[in-house]
Design a protein around this ligand. Structure first.
Ligand SMILES: [Zn+2]
Length: 193
């Protein structure tokens, strides 16, 4: 992958995540059944999301970008960003701090050629499933040939306002492609491959 292929971060809301040019040929070679897509996350990145969820509190949405590496078989998230200081956080909406996301993406690319894989965000008042707004945004990104996402990864932390102080929020990871969204286990891995 060359520098030209680094996934650009667009200026939209948290749901308006964009990506890079890539291979548009997501095909099922056999039956049309979805191939299992393996989603791994480093413990450090998982903990970073947990800390941002805690800092964000149970009322306002928060989120950030997911960066890492991917192959046809799956991906490994090696960096989970926070909302950034200029983010707009509301009970039912969230807009990332674009400059913050771009800085993180540049740093990750320079560090180990990590690319933009997707996003995470919270649903304080609803289950950890993609909303219609979320799905519409993901579909736009997947359909954009300049962005070239074959698979968009979305981690959603939901129903936080239903929880007591000592309860952990429920997070689901969604693998979104042109056929729709499906959940898959989130596999925790150590930092080194
Ligand atoms: Zn959402």
């Amino acid at each position: 992958m060359t520098d030209d292929e680094v996934r650009p971060i667009d200026g939209g809301t948290d749901r308006d995540i964009a990506t890079t040019a890539g291979n548009d040929a997501f095909t099922d070679e056999t039956s049309g059944e979805a191939e299992p897509f393996r989603v791994e996350i480093t413990l450090k990145s998982f903990d970073a999301i947990g800390e941002e969820v805690r800092l964000g509190g149970p009322i306002l949405e928060t989120g950030g970008i997911l960066l890492g590496h991917e192959s046809r078989a799956g991906c490994r998230i090696t960096l989970a960003g926070g909302p950034g200081p200029a983010a707009t956080r509301e009970p039912l909406a969230f807009s990332r701090d674009l400059a913050h996301a771009e800085t993180l993406a540049d740093q990750a690319w320079n560090h180990d050629r990590a690319i933009w894989l997707g996003e995470w965000h919270t649903h304080p008042y609803s289950p950890p499933t993609p909303s219609e707004t979320d799905m519409a945004a993901y579909a736009r990104h997947l359909a954009d040939p300049d962005l070239g996402f074959d698979t968009f990864i979305s981690i959603i932390v939901g129903r936080m306002t239903d929880l007591g102080q000592d309860e952990a929020a429920l997070a689901l990871v969604w693998v979104v492609d042109r056929r729709g969204a499906r959940t898959t286990p989130l596999l925790l891995v150590e930092e080194t491959p």
